[in-house]
Design a protein around this ligand. Structure first.
Ligand SMILES: Cc1ncc(C[n+]2csc(CCOP(=O)(O)OP(=O)(O)O)c2C)c(N)n1
Ligand SMILES: [Mg+2]
Length: 413
């Protein structure tokens, strides 16, 4: 850990890591009381990654969290009550009780894209956000996270390659917590450093100690600035450890005891407290004040969430599919007039037109059958527009002959 931040920044990082842990601790209690709807994931021991990386973003920037990034949501400004209510499927939650866990976004104010369960899919989506904003003249950076397991999906590679070719202002945080469900990273990828994946796309990468919040933040800040300056996407591998099982149902007995002990001794909050005390940035009194502030905030937030009603039953039958014009409309806040960013209408006439195309008519002028099974062979006279080839044969007949010849060749084999 280096001393290069302002005092307020150091304190902020501490506050958000503690808040991240306290919110998740409170949710474990809610889970045990059967008040959480669906699974509950944990970022215990990984708080420095979510908090340190999201803290490097500006208000205008965009992020999309994955299951272990509640810390990033809190840093971006999501109130803890929204996190509680979303997990409890309450009517006042961001999705009004539809969908669960951290599956919600805020496109208008906080610039949060909702998580996508299919691992890796957020990479092309956030690349799209990044290049879309650049198209609109906004100097934003988009960020998302992926696990060690998720970095082996096809869309990870397609997405990162796409981001690289587009030089998208995009930062991808690869949270290498050594496990994907019960699969250790060693058994699913033959690389020592997952940051090496960046070489395949010709992009820059960093490796950080994911349990050192100052290192995570400083690296993410540099990466965000470089991406914003137009250097293209950047991959950060944060080396850390998943301290609990995949979700609440998983006791993770497959994790070797020594491995767990090693990482428990490297708890990111304890390491940071030592650093803050040694650097005389936060004394015991200040630490207690933060603790009390978080405790009383969460009592209020949890009470609000518990008092929020469940959605009325009939609500389950609405809003799932678009039913009208007003449904799911996303109105962009255009920074330039829409006409300016809409490509001009093409003035080039099509070189090759298909008679009747799009008019529901066949080339004969009759209504086209819809199902291919209904298609009747067209009489030769139905194709008067087709020009004869120099040798006097029509291209269609020539093609039909070639197809027949190919078919009989295949049949002879
Ligand atoms: C494409 C895809 N495959 C499988 C899954 C099921 N799944 C959800 S989380 C997970 C493990 C992910 O491990 P990792 O990416 O290392 O993230 P971590 O849980 O360690 O944070 C799997 C296999 C999924 N959601 N999407
Ligand atoms: Mg993992």
């Amino acid at each position: 850990m280096k001393k290069t931040l302002t005092r307020q920044q150091y304190i902020d990082l501490y506050y958000y890591m503690r808040l991240n842990r306290a919110v998740e601790d409170a949710m474990v209690k809610l889970f045990r009381q059967n008040k959480i709807v669906g699974g509950l994931y944990s970022s215990l021991g990984q708080e420095a990654v979510s908090v340190g990386t999201a803290y490097a973003l500006e208000k205008r920037d965009w992020l999309a969290p994955m299951i272990r990034n509640i810390g990033a949501l809190l840093v971006k400004g999501v109130p803890p009550r929204d996190v509680f209510m979303q997990h409890m499927a309450k009517y006042d939650s961001p999705t009004k009780g539809k969908d669960g866990t951290s599956h919600f976004g805020d496109l208008e104010n906080l610039h949060i894209v909702s998580p996508i369960s299919m691992l890796g899919d957020l990479i092309p989506v956030m690349t799209g956000v990044a290049i879309g904003a650049r198209y609109l003249g906004q100097k934003i950076v988009a960020m998302t996270w992926i696990g060690d397991g998720g970095s082996s999906t096809g869309v990870f590679h397609e997405g990162l390659n796409f981001a690289a070719t587009q030089k998208a202002p995009f930062v991808l945080v690869l949270e290498n917590n050594l496990w994907a469900y019960s699969t250790p990273v060693r058994r699913q990828v033959p690389l020592e450093n997952l940051a090496d994946r960046a070489k395949a796309y010709g992009i820059q990468s960093y490796i950080v100690d994911g349990n050192d919040v100052v290192e995570v933040y400083s690296t993410a800040k540099e990466a965000v600035e470089r991406a914003r300056a137009g250097e293209g996407p950047i991959l950060i591998e944060a080396k850390t450890f998943r301290r609990l099982g995949h979700a609440q149902h998983d006791p993770a007995e497959y994790v070797p005891k020594e491995m767990r002990a090693y990482w428990e001794a490297r708890d990111p909050i304890l390491l940071y407290e030592k650093f803050l005390a040694k650097g005389k940035i936060l004394d015991e009194k200040g630490r207690k004040e933060i603790e009390e502030k978080i405790d009383s905030l969460l009592v209020r937030e949890r009470e609000f969430a518990e008092n929020s009603p469940m959605p009325p039953p009939e609500f389950a039958a609405t809003g799932v599919y678009c039913t009208g014009d007003d449904c799911h409309k996303i109105r962009p806040k255009w920074e330039r007039p829409i006409a300016e960013v809409t490509p001009p209408k093409s003035s080039v006439a099509a070189v090759w037109t298909v008679p009747g195309f799009g008019a529901g008519k066949s080339t004969s002028g009759k209504a086209s059958p819809i199902h291919f099974g209904d298609t009747q062979p067209q009489p030769a006279a139905a194709e008067p527009e087709r020009k004869a080839a120099p040798n006097g044969k029509s291209p269609a007949k020539k093609m039909a002959k070639a197809v027949v010849a190919a078919a009989s060749r295949k049949a002879r084999r």
